[in-house]
Ligand binder design. Structure first.
Ligand code: ADP
Ligand code: MG
Length: 346
């Protein structure tokens, strides 16, 4: 709880919490205490490891209420967290929400923000069990904490890739960055000539990405785990691949021709005069999973992909560390891969 600067603000805060708890705080029997006590109490699953993640979004840094609805903002904040649980192979369970709101914002706006959070969460059975509320002097801040579980010892980490492993990615790449460009007033973005169905698809991929929860669980569920390492793509393929390589002490060779690009992303790149490969390499916020699989598990992976209708695309190979990070271009030439993803404070 915050110390309110204005008399009456405390009453407002309690009213807001009560309103949010009533609308979004319904929970099942494993939650012994949800919103309303000093802390939440939940009954843990016996034989599983706990997975915890937190992620904060700040107005003007991560979102702009002029280009996204409150519902979209909440939805995406939830996805960023759910995607981290997915990257560990976890089953998400609970969410806590810490919120700072300027006096200029209305309860209806905050309700819509929570509506978005819970829309993304409920699909995966995730329940809201607590949070904190404060006034803010500079925009809305929303920090979510999501918990989950994974079978004991089975969490997918970033440090298990070995030379010779095959490199895979879920879904398609670059869509989110294209969608962002279409939304912003960037020269040409809005006025670009692009089929409406492509425009809708790309904007949807930016505002409503899908956390790959099911895929992450599949990769962790098979003993030994199918994936030797995994990470979710929040900063962009080149940067996130560098994290796996650094922590696993390996190099990698990417195959540019194999990168999964949606028809919409290709059309967008053509219309905009951009190289779709560089969109796929540097575009952030796709929330796809990047993972490595030993070559002898390839048939199992293909079988699972068919059975569960998952899209896994092989995009390269893990190499010894001495070979560094390289990419084979569509023309066959191999060059060094520069990690040019989005970083804060740079
Ligand atoms: P305390 O001062 O003991 O931390 P608070 O007034 O901050 O108590 O919180 C009271 C209850 O309301 C707690 O269960 C807390 O988790 C919940 N809560 C507070 N703010 C939020 C919020 N923005 N969203 C969801 N739950 C919240
Ligand atoms: Mg508190």
């Amino acid at each position: 709880m915050s110390s309110p600067a204005v008399p009456g603000a405390l009453v407002q805060e309690f009213r807001l919490i009560r309103d949010l708890a009533r609308r979004f705080g319904r929970t099942g029997t494993a939650v012994l205490r949800g919103i309303g006590d000093d802390a939440a109490v939940v009954r843990p699953d016996g034989n599983r490891d706990l997975v915890l993640t937190t992620d904060l979004v700040a107005e003007g840094v991560h979102f702009d209420p002029a280009t996204a609805s409150w519902d979209d903002i909440g939805y995406k904040a939830a996805v960023a967290n759910l995607s981290d649980i997915a990257a560990m192979g976890g089953v998400p369970q609970y969410v806590l929400a810490a919120l700072a709101v300027p006096a200029s914002r209305t309860t209806a706006e905050i309700r819509r923000l929570y509506g978005g959070v819970m829309r993304a969460c409920r699909v995966h059975g995730v329940e809201l069990i607590g949070g904190d509320t404060s006034a803010s002097k500079a925009g809305v801040f929303l920090s979510l904490t999501v918990t989950g579980t994974v079978a004991r010892g089975r969490a997918l980490t970033r440090d298990g890739a070995r030379a010779g492993d095959l490199l895979y990615v879920t879904g398609s790449l670059g869509d989110s960055l294209a969608g962002l460009d279409l939304l912003t007033s960037h020269p040409g973005g809005r006025r670009l000539r692009l089929a409406p169905r492509y425009r809708t698809f790309l904007i949807g991929r930016h505002l409503r990405p899908s956390p790959r929860i099911r895929e992450g669980q599949l990769l962790a569920a098979h003993a030994p785990a199918l994936a030797t390492s995994a990470i979710d793509l929040s900063d962009g393929l080149s940067g996130d691949l560098a994290h796996i390589c650094e922590q696993s002490r390996v190099g990698a060779l990417l195959d540019a021709a194999a990168l999964p690009l949606s028809p919409a992303c290709r059309a967008y790149a053509r219309a905009r005069g951009l190289d779709p490969v560089s969109l796929a390499l540097t575009g952030g916020e796709d929330y796809e999973l990047l993972f490595t699989v030993p070559p002898d598990r390839r048939a199992t992976l293909d079988r699972l992909a068919r059975r569960h209708g998952c899209r896994f695309t092989r995009i390269g190979t893990i190499r010894p560390k001495t070979q560094g990070l390289r990419v084979r271009g569509e023309d066959g030439t191999v060059r060094r891969l520069v990690s040019t993803s989005y970083e804060h404070f740079r």
